[in-house]
Every structure is written in structure tokens, then in C-alpha cells.
Ligand binder design. Structure first.
Ligand SMILES: Cc1cc2nc3c(=O)[nH]c(=O)nc-3n(C[C@H](O)[C@H](O)[C@H](O)COP(=O)(O)OP(=O)(O)OC[C@H]3O[C@@H](n4cnc5c(N)ncnc54)[C@H](O)[C@@H]3O)c2cc1C
Length: 589
């Protein structure tokens, strides 16, 4: 991984001869990720794993409790209900990007952490099921079931999450086969602790299974129904997978994505638009006795030298400040070449990549996150908020499968106008395309769907515009408004949630159950309601820069820095902040 970033920096240095070879690098001795909650005598603050919420404002709570058993979890909910406190469940690392996990108010709030409620894992071999405490980490769960001879079929690609947190937000990997790539579609049962009457000691435990009318609401609940105590998931007998990546041209993505997903059980596609490259993941199950002991240690989730992460960020800031499109394109090219060279992080023997296919156990091929365990003082996850490392947005849009082809065609048109404007995203992971199946979960996908993820530079300051930000704003608006894509609940900038309630046919059923289980809205807050109901908040100067609004006047962008509110180039209804060197303040609203 280290050499990847060195390539990156070398590329930047080449195109920027004035690059200061000794940037101000603040190096700290970071290792494993920090707790998202920091408390002192006056209360606690909650961060997400990137260290910044969408609005960059801190989230406060009066207190936090760390139950270790189900009864302690029930008592915590009971205490909150009895004392009229507002509650949010937080997890060991709190990954949600939207402010879902932030409770209402500073003085009457309680965080209930599942960090220490993480040891119970019961495997029911006869019925191919596992039941875990909600704080159990995904990696611990995978290792436990694999060592007992079973596999979890679906999981997100990042293993730092907890089982309660990941199902609450609809987290997924990629598959259209069987029950599909979303973990909540493999849930057989759930225990949820909800507010109750005095005679029920203020909190009661509900055990929900498939036929229960509450089950489909509880499978993906954003934490607003109550505290999930246990999750029961289906298992399969342990199996292996064989993965190859085909780095090829991007000419036919819109024609082949459906067949690709049908042909390979764990298919995905990564599109690097500026490089006219698509990377097809050929990923299928193979028998347990197939030879190979490979792992997938995705390069984006490997530990990086802190010094290099900070240098990369410094270089990226410089390219932004100097509006160096060429610089971004050069670094995008070296990034892609490096990924090709190392098979994206696949390792045939667990150590290095020597060629395709890479065959390994499901437990080592689906999910990774080796930066979580970095023991060296000078390495960390590249986005660790304690260092001045990578800082980016993550947009994730979920399309009905049938509409996805036309979305790709529109993005291609936009790309063809000026491919170099797309280099920024190719410095991260391009556009990752994954597949999830239709679900019964009320806040899950009602039809077979295609998911895209893309990461892109976020400025240090909320009011600093970004190079070619209009391109990504147009892609966002194409996805969420022209093609009606739904936002991933735990990712995205606020604008992605506008009107989200109208995109879920069973939204009203979910809300009815929310009112029934938590009539006093103990588990809700302004922020989670903003996401759930997709409310538009008041616009202010610069709000479109961070995706807190869609611009309708120039002042929502940054006219003082030359960014004006303009219509989209392909999607004319889009309103984006575009740079113009000629001074004009005409509004298009
Ligand atoms: C580097 C990275 C990679 C990622 N990769 C993927 C991916 O491949 N696929 C994908 O779909 N997502 C991915 N995500 C998003 C991630 O899956 C979600 O953010 C997930 O919700 C995080 O789980 P968590 O344990 O951190 O939960 P949190 O973020 O802490 O919690 C999420 C929400 O669930 C609630 N909650 C948590 N536990 C409970 C509980 N026990 N009871 C009630 N409510 C609860 C919280 O209050 C909060 O509202 C990624 C995120 C990051 C940072």
C-alpha cells in the first residue's frame, strides 16, 4: 500500500515543479481507530469515523452508557424512558455519514453504546443460523462462523461495522443471487428493545421473526424504532470463491451490467470514467476443496503510512488550489495502473498478488479492513480524523435495475463533454457498481437494484469550492432526481435525501410502526427525522458546496470565488455550482 501512495506523490511532484517538498506535516502516533465518543465532566461529543458530519457541527449528548448484557441494554432504555431522555444507540466506530446517530438536545440525552455488548455469538448448526449481540463486529462474526464450518453469504466490503449498525442502515455487498447482497435480507429474527409503559418497567424486549407484522420494519430501521439487542442471520456451509478482475474499456457497461450480475454470484463493476476503463469483477463460488488460500485485502482499506496519507492530502489540496486538472488526471492514471498491478488488493497466498484467479474462503474474500488492526505507531486508516489525511464525500445511489442503463448513458454524455473533468473521482475508487435484490424490508429496495458509490474530495473548509464540483453535483442530481435513485441511509450528503419518503412504497407502513413502537420519539432526533423524511432545510450562503442544499441562487455557491449556480450540461434541470472566470452574477433560478 505504501508504494501506491509514493507513486501518487511522485506523479504530483512531476506535474507541480513548485511543489514544496517539505509540506507542513503533522505526524501523530496513531494506530487503531479512535472511539467516536469523547466525554468530559460537561458531557460527550459524538463523531463519525471520518470525524465530520455533513454540517460539520458537533453532536452532543449528556451521557453515555456501555451495557454488556441484554438486561443492561433493556435497563438503559428503561432509564431513558422513565426520565424523559432522548436516546441514540452508538457503536464502537460509528460509521454513519449522515447525522443519524445524533440525539436531540444537549441536556436530556443518553447515548447507549453497543461497544461492550459484543461477545454473544450462538451458532445453530442444525438450522444454519447464527445469533449475535448487536455490538458484535462483522469481522468477529465472520471468523466465528467460518471456524465452525459456515459462511455468511452477504456482508459489506468494509469489516469495521457492527452487526446492529449495518442492518439498521441497509448495508450490503453485491449479489443478485439467492437472497442477494443486502445483509438484512439474510436476517431470520431480531430482538428489539422498545419503550414501554410503567407496568412493563418502561422498556420491553420484542422477538421478531418472519411472520411478525413488525419484522419488515425492524430489518432496516435507522435506529428509530428502538435498540436492537440481537440479530439472527442465515448461514450456508463454508465455501470458497474465485475472483478475477478484467480491466477493459468502458464502452458497454449499460448493455452488459444485467448479464454480468446474473452470470457471477458476487459480481461488481468499477468504472473509471476519465480513463475510459471498466473493471469487471468475475467472482463466483467454487468448491471448498478448490486449491487456493487467498485473501482480499482491498487496497483502500489497508493501513497507510501517516506521513504518506498526509502528503497525499497536502498534494490534493495543492492540485485543488491551483485548479490543476492535469495533475488530477496524472494521479488518477497512476492510481489505476497501481490497482491493476496489485489486483486491487487480492493476495493469492495471503501476502502478495501473483495473478488471477485468486481463490480463497468466503470469510477472507468478501470483507476487509486491515487498517483497523494497524499496530505500527506510524500507520492508520487513510481517513483517520486524528491525522491530516484523506477527507472526502461518499455518494451512494440505489437504482431500480431497469433505469440504470439510461443513467450510465447520461453520465457518459457528461463525461464525453470533457473526460478530464472526471479525474477527481478516479483518484479514489471511480464509480463502484454493485447489485442488491428486491427486499421485503420497508426501508429496503422494493425491486432488484443497482448501487453506485463514488468518493470525492471534500475541502478542509465548508466554504471552499472544489475543482469541477459541478460535474459531481450533476451526477448526484441525475441519480437522485432524474432517475429516482434512493440514497444509502448511512452515506451521502443531505441533498440526496430530499423527497426520499416518496421513493419507498412501504414508507407509511414504516412510519406507522415507528409511531406504535416509539410514540414519544425517544429514539428520534431532528437529524434522523431530516434524513428519514428527506426534509429540505433552509438555504444559506454556500450551502450547495457541501450538499446541504441544491443551489437556486449564486450565493448558495461561492460567487466571490467564481462559482455560480448554473444549469446542468446534460440534465438541464440540475442546478450546480460551476466555476467561471468571467464575472457575472446572473441567477438562473
Ligand atoms: C470505510 C467504509 C466502508 C463502507 N463500506 C460499505 C459497504 O461496502 N456497503 C455498505 O452498505 N455500507 C458501507 N459502509 C457504510 C456502513 O455499512 C454503514 O455506515 C453502517 O451502518 C455502519 O455500521 P456501524 O456499526 O458503524 O453503525 P453506526 O454508523 O454506528 O450506526 C448506524 C445507525 O444505526 C443505529 N444503530 C446502530 N446500532 C444499533 C442498535 N444496536 N440498535 C438500534 N440502532 C442501532 C445508529 O443509531 C445509527 O443511526 C461503509 C462505511 C465506511 C466508513
Amino acid at each position: 500500500m505504501g508504494s501506491f501512495w509514493i507513486w501518487w506523490i511522485v506523479a504530483v511532484i512531476h506535474i507541480l515543479p513548485f511543489y514544496d517538498s517539505n509540506p507542513l506535516i503533522q505526524t501523530i502516533h496513531a494506530r487503531t481507530p479512535q472511539s467516536p465518543v469523547q466525554c468530559n465532566q460537561s458531557g460527550c461529543t459524538l463523531q463519525n469515523s471520518y470525524g465530520a458530519w455533513g454540517d460539520r457541527k458537533d453532536c452532543y449528548a449528556l451521557n453515555i452508557t456501555y451495557p454488556t448484557t441484554e438486561e443492561q441494554l433493556r435497563l438503559a432504555v428503561s432509564y431513558a424512558v422513565q426520565n424523559n431522555l432522548k436516546v441514540k444507540v452508538v457503536t464502537k466506530l460509528s460509521h454513519t455519514i449522515p447525522k443519524l446517530a445524533c440525539p436531540e438536545g444537549k441536556t436530556n440525552t443518553l447515548l447507549i453504546s453497543t461497544e461492550k455488548y459484543d461477545s454473544g455469538i450462538q451458532i445453530d448448526a442444525a438450522n444454519l443460523a447464527v445469533t449475535a449481540d448487536s455490538g458484535v463486529g462483522l469481522r468477529a462474526l465472520i471468523d466465528a462462523v467460518e471456524s465452525a464450518g459456515f459462511s455468511l453469504v452477504a456482508a459489506p466490503y468494509w469489516e469495521g461495522v457492527s452487526i446492529g449498525g449495518l442492518i439498521s442502515t441497509g448495508a450490503h455487498g453485491s449479489s443478485w443471487w439467492g437472497k442477494g447482497g443486502a445483509v438484512h435480507d439474510h436476517v431470520l429474527g431480531l430482538k428489539v428493545i422498545v419503550p414501554a409503559s410503567e407496568s412493563e418497567r418502561y422498556a420491553k424486549i420484542l422477538w421478531l421473526e418472519a411472520l411478525d407484522p413488525l419484522f419488515n420494519a425492524a430489518k432496516v430501521s435507522l435506529g428509530v424504532l428502538g435498540a436492537i439487542s440481537k440479530v439472527k442471520l442465515s448461514l450456508e456451509h463454508r465455501f470458497k470463491r474465485s475472483i478475477s478482475y478484467n480491466f477493459t474499456d468502458d464502452a458497454h457497461i449499460e448493455d452488459v451490467y444485467i448479464n454480468h450480475a446474473k452470470q457471477y454470484e458476487f459480481a461488481d463493476i468499477t468504472w473509471y470514467p476519465s480513463k475510459h476503463t471498466a473493471v469487471y469483477r468475475y467472482d463466483s463460488r467454487v468448491p471448498l476443496d478448490a486449491s487456493g488460500n487467498g485473501i482480499y485485502d482491498f487496497i483502500g482499506f489497508q493501513a497507510n503510512s501517516i506521513l504518506i496519507s498526509e502528503s497525499v492530502r497536502a498534494a490534493e489540496n495543492l492540485l485543488e488550489n491551483t485548479k490543476s486538472v492535469n495533475g488530477k488526471c496524472l494521479t488518477a492514471a497512476t492510481t489505476l495502473e497501481y490497482k491493476k498491478l496489485v489486483g486491487n488488493g487480492l493476495k493469492n497466498n495471503g501476502l502478495i498478488f501473483t495473478g488471477y484467479p485468486v481463490v480463497g474462503h468466503q470469510g477472507k474474500m468478501q470483507t476487509s479492513g486491515s487498517c483497523l488492526y494497524s499496530t505500527r505507531f506510524d500507520t492508520a486508516c487513510a481517513w483517520d480524523p486524528r491525522i491530516k489525511g484523506l477527507f472526502f464525500y461518499e455518494s451512494t445511489a440505489i437504482f431500480p435495475a431497469s433505469r440504470f442503463g439510461n443513467f450510465i448513458r447520461d453520465v457518459r454524455k457528461l463525461r464525453d463533454l470533457n473526460p478530464e473533468n472526471f479525474c477527481g473521482v478516479d483518484n479514489y475508487n471511480g464509480i463502484l457498481i454493485r447489485f442488491i435484490k428486491a427486499s421485503d424490508a420497508y426501508l429496503g429496495q422494493s425491486e432488484d437494484s443497482v448501487v453506485i458509490d463514488f468518493n470525492y474530495y471534500r475541502a478542509n473548509d465548508a466554504l471552499t469550492p472544489r475543482l469541477n464540483e459541478d460535474v459531481w453535483e450533476e451526477v448526484e442530481q441525475l441519480a437522485f432526481f432524474k432517475y429516482g435513485a434512493k440514497p444509502h441511509w448511512a452515506k451521502n450528503r443531505n441533498l440526496a435525501f430530499l423527497g426520499v419518503q416518496h421513493k419507498y412504497p412501504k414508507f407509511n407502513q414504516f412510519i406507522a410502526i415507528k409511531h406504535k413502537l416509539d410514540p414519544q420519539s425517544v429514539f428520534s432526533s431532528t437529524w434522523s427525522e431530516e434524513i428519514l423524511y428527506g426534509k429540505e432545510s433552509e438555504k444559506f450562503d454556500g450551502c450547495a458546496l457541501e450538499g446541504l442544499c441544491i443551489c437556486s441562487e449564486d450565493r448558495h455557491c461561492s460567487p466571490q470565488m467564481g462559482y455560480y449556480c448554473r444549469q446542468g450540461l446534460v440534465y438541464k434541470e440540475a442546478r450546480v455550482c460551476r466555476y467561471s472566470s468571467s464575472i457575472t452574477t446572473t441567477s438562473i433560478a
